[in-house]
Design a protein around this ligand. Sequence first.
Ligand SMILES: Cc1cc2nc3c(=O)[nH]c(=O)nc-3n(C[C@H](O)[C@H](O)[C@H](O)COP(=O)(O)OP(=O)(O)OC[C@H]3O[C@@H](n4cnc5c(N)ncnc54)[C@H](O)[C@@H]3O)c2cc1C
Length: 496
Amino acid sequence: MLAMPEPDRAVLARRAEIIAALRKIAPGEGVIDGERERRAYECDALTAYRQTPMVVVLPETTAQVVEILRYCKANAIRVVPRGAGTSLSGGALPLADGVLLGMSKFNRIVEIDVADRCVVAQPGVTNLAISHAVQGHGLYYAPDPSSQIACSIGGNVAENSGGVHCLKYGLTTNNVIEVEFVTIDGEVIRLGGKHFDSGALDLLGVLVGSEGLLGVVTAVTVRVLPTPPGARALLIGFPSVRGAADCVAAVIGSGIIPGGMEIMDKLAIEAAEAFVHAGYPLGAEALLIVELDGCAAEVDHLVARVEKIAADHGAASCRASQSEQERLLFWAGRKAAFPAVGRLSPDYLCMDGTIPRKEIGAVLLRMKQLEAKYGLRVANVFHAGDGNLHPLILYDANKPGELERAERFGDDILRLCVEVGGVLTGEHGVGVEKRDLMDVMFDEIDLAQQQRLKCAFDEANLLNPGKVFPRLCRCAELGRMHVRGGALPHPDLPRF
Ligand SMILES: Cc1cc2nc3c(=O)[nH]c(=O)nc-3n(C[C@H](O)[C@H](O)[C@H](O)COP(=O)(O)OP(=O)(O)OC[C@H]3O[C@@H](n4cnc5c(N)ncnc54)[C@H](O)[C@@H]3O)c2cc1C
């Protein structure tokens, strides 16, 4: 059972007064306090965990965000920022005594700067809307989470989101050049700018991926890129997972950086093919989708090189798209893979860990052994080029104990990622999902160091508490965090 910070009874006792004060700051529809309406915010896409927030506030201006945060700080009220609520790690899970600060009304593109090839957007703008806004100029925003039709750019910044094209064009952190955010003290800070490099500490890099723990993002400037003149995709079937995994490492090792390189295992291939009829090789144990982009001559040259590498690694089939329509069809199966797998089982847990590319084959084989241990099936569809795994663990929440079994299975997969030299998350963040596994990757000193950074921004730990860190530390105590003889320091502090 997931432990969250104990609700503050003193805050709950003042609920009516708090709502009245927030109404003054965000009048009209800016405050949602009805039981039924608040329930719409009770979870994000990690639906296994739910909590109705004390109140939902939907500010429209940075000035309102400043006032709300100042009020919450002064009254020791916890705040959970929320974008579109598509987080898969429970990052936007509300607190019973907290304000759920929804940023959906920040939905405007503020500026399209073609000369500097960037876009300034409010945080509630969806990822895909940025590309739509600049497509007339032959430009697009490269990081493309599968949820891009719904997820917000503010959420992308908070989670450092990725997608198929991030292998070649970088994650959110590589494409965000400026962020405006408000601290819990109500201070408005701008980091970065349209210029290259800031010449100071890379605080922008600290903020991207900070999961709503350091401040509330109110504006984001992203770099946009020229749309590649052409692209072709290859569908490569392998008789073994090992062959496909080795092929991934060999392609990158040869110096080719594909626009995207995704892998699907047998279960995922069969589910996607039955759903979309994309022409996937049904007998294959593994499928690679490799996209090469650029001008026509370069693309054709790279297609031939990848075909050769695939053949050298035992590919059983290899088809290159001959038209734009066929390229999109090849991708349609991958894009629909999650809902397609959803047809195989009432529920699934989507994991997210990253490993060195050369370990993909070994890790997929170990996952097969874990399937037998837990008696649950796994479908694998993931960003092979980045070594970013997304095992989907199939389970049935209506069967007693299956969710817990699936979670233990997921924990073992993430431990395995760390064991082979990888990390706990590639793009979905830690949130509550991986919070209690942070010790697998970081020791007490690392965690204390990270919490000191949190304290520098939010000393009272009011912004999104209960996420990311497996233990709450009072900032004053962090100066004397030492582990002696393996004993956990400060046993009086809340442990989740
Ligand atoms: C079907 C599906 C497919 C997905 N595919 C991908 C994928 O390919 N790649 C990927 O990276 N992710 C993927 N995700 C996960 C998710 O879409 C991303 O993490 C996304 O960035 C979350 O954005 P959001 O607006 O929904 O944020 P939310 O879920 O609302 O919040 C996520 C986190 O960001 C914080 N936050 C949100 N807005 C702000 C703000 N303005 N200021 C400060 N903190 C804020 C929240 O507190 C929370 O910690 C997928 C999710 C689904 C459901």
